[in-house]
Design a protein around this ligand. Structure first.
Ligand code: TLP
Length: 345
């Protein structure tokens, strides 16, 4: 456990996870080739495996979740169109305006309580088919929703939005960076959860622990074009089977254990929820992300003091603080983090 051994308890993100011993072995032994020529057999195996798990015809290995999302936006839209998204989506808040810079599209950002759009809200946001108003080009959803606190989308609403989109001939993209967390928490397959969406991006490098990489999956012709856009963005990689090998181990060995991360997150929420000066409803913690509010001071101040006690977190806007659980942590780290928070708030 790197958290315990280094003395620092790192709750900033599940992206801090280091590759497992099995991943490092698979990486050392990976059969590789030049993937720009599509000659890397390990990459091709990962793409096939991922497409199957996500229930899509084809998949592409991309260097990051951001690239996966942005390639999808580029392919589904035309410049000047609008993308309907939830207002705190990663695509809006953490992808540096790339949807505007690269695809020339505008965000139609809809606020929500828990990160999810209702079918009614989406229906109302689709622009009318009048030539002098901008057109809706895409609906982009996020599951689990990061900044709402790892919340899981109600599948019924996802399905209703998918049906609405088909009725209006609109594509739906799913930012499923942590879709496997939702799948494990619900006891359903990721393919089921992604079924209402035309394309889906999932990250291998978050709770699944691979060192690098994400998957973009969708229809075969979409993935053929995604290959071109990935290359255009500088994402054509060569003997990248070294990384894909870790991704294959992530899919084979790391999905079911996400349940442990969820249990740790609930434990953290319960313990910090008992601290006067901290506001959180532990019952809302469904996966591995814990977002709480401090009643005094700013999130930056609390993060600074918690850090002095050896705990790292992500300060958000105002008084909101994010802590994410992952496999480098155990229950003793969680209890220690909560005890130290009690000292600093
Ligand atoms: N999220 C990171 C930070 O960028 C905030 C984190 O620590 O949670 N979609 C979602 C929902 C994400 O949470 C992230 C990363 C991405 C996309 C982008 O993935 P990368 O970092 O691989 O580009």
């Amino acid at each position: 456990m790197s958290g315990a051994s280094s003395g620092v308890i790192d709750l900033r993100s599940d992206t801090v996870t280091k590759p497992t011993a099995a991943m490092r072995r698979a990486m050392a032994e990976a059969e590789v080739g030049d993937d720009v020529y599509r000659e890397d057999p390990t990459v091709r195996r990962l793409e096939e495996e991922a497409a199957g798990r996500l229930g899509k015809a084809a998949a592409l290995f991309v260097p990051s979740g951001t690239m996966g999302n942005q390639v999808a936006i580029r392919l589904w839209t035309r410049p000047g169109q609008e993308v309907i998204l939830e207002a705190r989506s990663h695509i809006i808040d953490y992808e540096l305006g790339q949807m505007a810079a690269f695809s020339g599209v505008l965000a139609r950002a809809l606020p929500s309580a828990d990160g999810f759009l209702t079918p009614e809200a989406v229906r109302a946001a689709i622009r009318p088919p009048i030539y002098y108003v901008s057109k809706t080009g895409l609906i982009a959803l996020e599951n689990t929703h990061n900044m709402a606190g790892g919340t899981i989308a109600p599948q019924q609403d996802m399905e209703a939005i998918g049906a609405l989109a088909r009725e209006r001939s609109l594509p739906v993209h799913l930012d499923g960076a942590r879709l496997f967390n939702a799948a494990v928490a619900l006891g359903r397959s990721a393919a089921d959860l992604a079924a209402p969406c035309d394309s889906v991006m999932v990250c291998l490098s978050k709770g699944l622990g691979a060192p690098v990489g994400s998957i973009l999956a969708g229809p075969a012709d979409f993935i053929d074009e995604a290959l071109v856009v990935r290359k255009r963005l500088g994402g054509g990689m060569r003997q990248v089977g070294i990384l894909a090998a870790a991704g294959l181990v992530a899919l084979a060995q790391q999905i079911d254990r996400l349940a442990d991360d969820h249990a740790l997150a609930r434990r953290l929420a319960e313990r910090i929820g008992a601290i006067p000066g901290v506001a959180i409803d532990p019952a809302r913690v469904a996966t591995n992300i814990v977002i709480f509010e401090v009643r005094q001071g700013t999130s930056e101040e609390v993060a600074g003091r918690w850090k002095q006690e050896g705990v790292l977190c992500l300060p958000l806007e105002g008084r909101r603080v994010r802590a994410v659980t992952h496999y480098d942590l155990g229950p003793q780290d969680i209890d220690a983090a909560a005890d130290r928070l009690r000292r600093v708030v």
